[in-house]
Design a binder for this molecule. Sequence first.
Ligand SMILES: [Fe+2]
Ligand SMILES: [Fe+2]
Length: 317
Amino acid sequence: MSIDMPLEEAPLSQLRQTPIDSVLHIIDEGLVHLPSYRELYYRWERQQWKAQDIDFSEDRKQWEAMPQDEREMRIYALSAFFQGEACVTDTLAPYVLAMPDEDMRIFLTTQLVDEARHTVFFERFFRDVMGVETGKIEESLAFARQYVNDDLKFILIDSLTEVAERIRQEPRNLAHLVEGVTLYHIIVEATMALAGQRNMLEIYRTNNLFPAFRGGFTAVARDESRHVVFGVKFLRDMIRRDNAHAHVIDAAIDTYAPIAIRGISPNPDMVPRILAMGGDPWVSPRYAMDSLAKKLRVIGLRISAKLPAIPPPPVSA
Ligand SMILES: [Fe+2]
Ligand SMILES: [Fe+2]
């Protein structure tokens, strides 16, 4: 019998059985008592894991036995995450340089490494489980990109790149950095990624699907919990320093949130199929909007953006 480690230091073998909501709970606790930037850095030191340690052989067997139509259903979310992790890896460096305080910069350097690790983790899954052996990560990403919808491409590729470029050109202009953290940490991580991750991990866990992937992806979620708490704390601190930053955050939410919510909403073609399987096609966008509202409340703001209407959960017969 094995004794479970506290979630804080749980190894990958334990994380594959950990319900995702207990990981997401770390964020809720972090929002009640916002930790210092240094404490977030210390958490990173304690919460290490290795993408190279994962043995994907069981996942590969499951993928090989999976009917083609189910593979096609799974590939969209996996591709969005692979592309998303690569985009956040490629665009964070200017943020590190632009951070006004040293403890913020120290934390953000750890996030940069985390995002690189997440990208490698997905590249390994695509290669070792799905058999996407291109020899070059750029080519594996080009394969994944075919399955990413236009709204997600706009947020993950066009917008993240455009804001990062502005921060790079004017690192002393805090308005760019505030807009960037709103897009990166609040929209991409706290709204889109947490919702998608929760949905995927719940489906995989209840179906005992991809056990090795679950361990790694739950470790990714634990990393994301630090990133999201950092983003909330940073924006709250920036508003306290200068209330004008609140308008920058509001404007960024107005611009990006509706597109982000649309991007993680189900393709209309898939809705009848998900309903027929007894699922709720709108779990992710609903969770995403709640998550966004919760984070904004701690920052000291409310959602004023006009967001898409999401149907209530289907009543099962
Ligand atoms: Fe990540
Ligand atoms: Fe992240």
